[in-house]
Write a protein that binds this ligand. Structure first.
Ligand code: S3P
Length: 184
């Protein structure tokens, strides 16, 4: 416990696979908790003037990860407390993730590949890592298998999100926060 971060004044950082509802849950949390919402993918798109699929197509994933890590270090320096929705692969940026974790609590929105796919099929946003995959379920399963231990490693709270809507998920996080924030 660090004295300079008063209990309720810590960030809430949402992690999880693409399609795990990090952005919509983040928006709802920010409204209900009267906090600022910082959405990493949107920040990167604004800074670049390009959307995520275009960044991947023109410059490749390693370049995107560098932009993402930079944006993660930046939001870590913003004024507390905020709700921060990260992109699904942000946990691959170990240094930036460790730094961001120091500013608050990390919530992992866990979902099975089947439910992720259902949500992604309703989403207007393109996910470059799924484009061109002959079997999207298989691709999601492979990505989750590769990342699962990192999501779990950073998480202070894991929420199972299958078949839950964003309002319910946000409600669970708020109840957890209200029960535990004093002890953080
Ligand atoms: C990615 C997830 C995306 C976006 C990019 C890469 C990933 O964010 O950052 O397409 O590596 O899982 P969402 O999780 O918001 O879809």
């Amino acid at each position: 416990r660090r004295a300079h971060h008063a209990a309720g004044a810590m960030n809430i950082v949402l992690i999880g696979m693409m399609g795990s509802a990090k952005s919509s849950v983040g928006r709802i949390l920010a409204t209900k908790m009267h906090r600022r919402h910082l959405d990493l993918d949107s920040i990167i798109e604004e800074q670049c003037g390009l959307d995520i699929p275009t960044i991947f197509a023109r410059f490749g994933e390693p370049y995107f990860r560098r932009l993402e890590a930079g944006a993660m270090f930046e939001v870590g320096n913003f004024s507390l407390p905020a709700i921060i929705s990260l992109g699904g692969g942000a946990i691959l940026n170990a240094g930036a993730m460790e730094t961001l974790k120091l500013t608050g609590k990390v919530v992992y929105l866990e979902a099975t590949p089947e439910h992720l796919l259902l949500r992604l099929e309703k989403s207007a946003q393109k996910r470059p890592l799924l484009e061109g995959a002959p079997d999207r379920l298989l691709r999601l399963t492979a990505i989750l298998t590769a990342r699962r231990s990192r999501y779990e490693h950073y998480a202070d709270l894991v929420i199972k999100t299958d078949a839950k809507d964003s309002v319910d998920i946000a409600g669970e996080i708020i109840r957890w926060w209200e029960t535990h924030a004093r002890g953080f």
